[in-house]
Write a protein that binds this ligand. Structure first.
Ligand code: UD1
Length: 413
């Protein structure tokens, strides 16, 4: 329940990145000893990943704010179907388990809220590295009886998940793997930083070409997960939509390189010093020209939905082009219930900013769409009831507490 139209103010510490935590938890499968992860957010998606670790025979628990993972006793090579269905991100266990066990059985992640999300690039790469893969009844069985070996892999699209799976398979493979057109997201760099400190030899993370020299073994280490740039972008959207002034703490401003200029174009001021951003929005936002979602370092698809909520109350017409996922405007229909004026044609959304949104009952049906509805409801006059909060909880840690600490009138029932 949100009673909107209140200004936000104050400081907020940004949580650790979900999209770093998930592949890093999978990577822990490759290490010997106890890993200590700091800044790991407590989220339902992270919980699924930890349940997978335990179902494989590993140990995982939070203690004193740190996440401890020990995979010495992993003996199981099958990921329970119920867990892969719960979270599409579980597909990163494919590469990690194949490398560790030489065999993995994993339920196909299938479609998701964002439309069909194939994993053909993952599977093609694993086959090039020596895996044999069969699929029966929606279950994948991958084996690498002769072990995995290094290969030259050119991705036709810089897929984040495929790049992660290749890296996870290659770190202990026999020989050198080269990925061209690799994804360059900061979360890929975080995964590689962790693996390199555990003893891996990965060169070029964050660039288009990544080279991995296989090593014999990896040892557990202590690692701090990077801040979540999408949560930061969501908080910027919330502040922008409500004409607020907030300070984001513990962020890496360069990870928001394509996001911050859009808010500046809309009239916001983002003053970054070190790991802090003082963010100040005008009384009424200006529209933004065209926002095109792209692989990093372009504008992130995950920030598209929250930003559409800010554009909905800006002066003038903003245009969004969603280039990454085919079905990522599901929140728009619900925003129209809040009074937004938005037209969609295929991958293009044309948003005519309105002066005011009004509280309504709306339903979230995906993670970032849920964040967009919360953002829009914060800006709307009157009370909104948002259902489908479980989507929000996949990626935002105690979001209602964060927002109420900034002065929002929000409560979770
Ligand atoms: C990851 C993020 C997600 C983010 C996305 C793009 C995690 C857990 N999720 O998802 O939040 O929105 O990156 O930044 O980190 N594709 C194929 N074949 C494949 C793989 C991908 O066609 O084998 C397509 C997808 O359908 C999609 C596009 O490539 O259209 C991008 O997908 P990808 O980069 O793989 O995203 P994910 O890793 O699934």
């Amino acid at each position: 329940m949100i009673n909107g139209s209140k200004r936000l103010s104050g400081d907020v510490e940004v949580q650790g990145a979900k999209n770093s935590a998930l592949p890093i938890i999978a990577a822990a499968v490759l290490t010997k000893g106890e890993n200590v992860f700091h800044n790991c957010p407590s989220l339902s998606d992270v919980d699924v990943a930890l349940r997978i670790i335990r179902s494989l025979g590993g140990k995982a628990r939070f203690s004193g704010g740190a996440l401890l993972i020990n995979c010495d006793d992993i003996h199981n090579d099958s990921v329970p179907d119920a867990l892969t269905r719960e979270m599409r991100g579980s597909v990163v266990f494919l590469g990690a388990l194949l490398a560790r066990m030489g065999r993995v059985v994993l339920g196909l992640p299938g479609g998701c809220e964002l439309g069909a999300r194939p994993i053909d690039l993952h599977l093609r790469a694993l086959r090039l590295m020596g895996a044999e893969i069969s699929e029966r009844g929606g279950v994948l069985e991958c084996t690498a009886d002769g072990g995995l070996f290094g290969a030259d892999i050119a991705l036709s699209f810089p897929s984040v998940g495929a790049t992660e799976n290749i890296i996870l398979s290659a770190v202990t493979a026999d020989g050198t793997t080269t990925i061209t057109n690799a994804a360059r997201e900061p979360e890929i760099c975080d995964l590689c930083d962790y693996l390199n400190s555990a003893g891996a030899k990965i060169y070029g993370a964050g660039e288009g070409t990544v080279v991995i020299d296989g090593v014999k073994s990896l040892s557990a280490v202590s690692h701090t997960i990077i801040p979540d740039r999408i949560v930061a972008a969501t908080l910027m959207s919330a502040a922008a939509a409500t004409g607020s002034r907030i300070t984001l703490k513990g962020i890496i401003p360069s990870h928001l390189g394509a996001v911050t200029p859009v808010f500046e174009e809309m009239g916001c001021i983002a003053d970054c010093r070190g790991t802090e951003m003082r963010f100040c929005a005008p009384e009424r936002l200006r529209h933004t020209e065209v926002v095109r979602t792209m692989p990093y370092p372009g504008f992130p698809t995950d920030a598209q939905a929250p930003l559409t909520a800010a554009a909905a109350v800006a002066k003038g017409t903003s245009v969004f082009v969603e280039n990454i996922f085919e079905s990522r405007y599901k929140h728009i229909g619900e925003m129209i219930r809040l009074g937004a004026d938005i037209k969609i044609q295929d991958r293009v959304a044309v948003i005519n900013g309105v002066k005011r949104l009004y509280g309504a009952r709306v339903r979230a049906c995906d993670l970032r769409g849920a964040a967009a509805l919360v953002t829009a409801a914060l800006a709307a006059e009157g009370e909104s009831e948002i259902s489908g909060v479980r989507y929000l909880e996949r990626g935002y840690e105690d979001f209602e507490l964060t927002l109420s600490s900034l002065g929002a009138d929000i409560k979770k029932l």
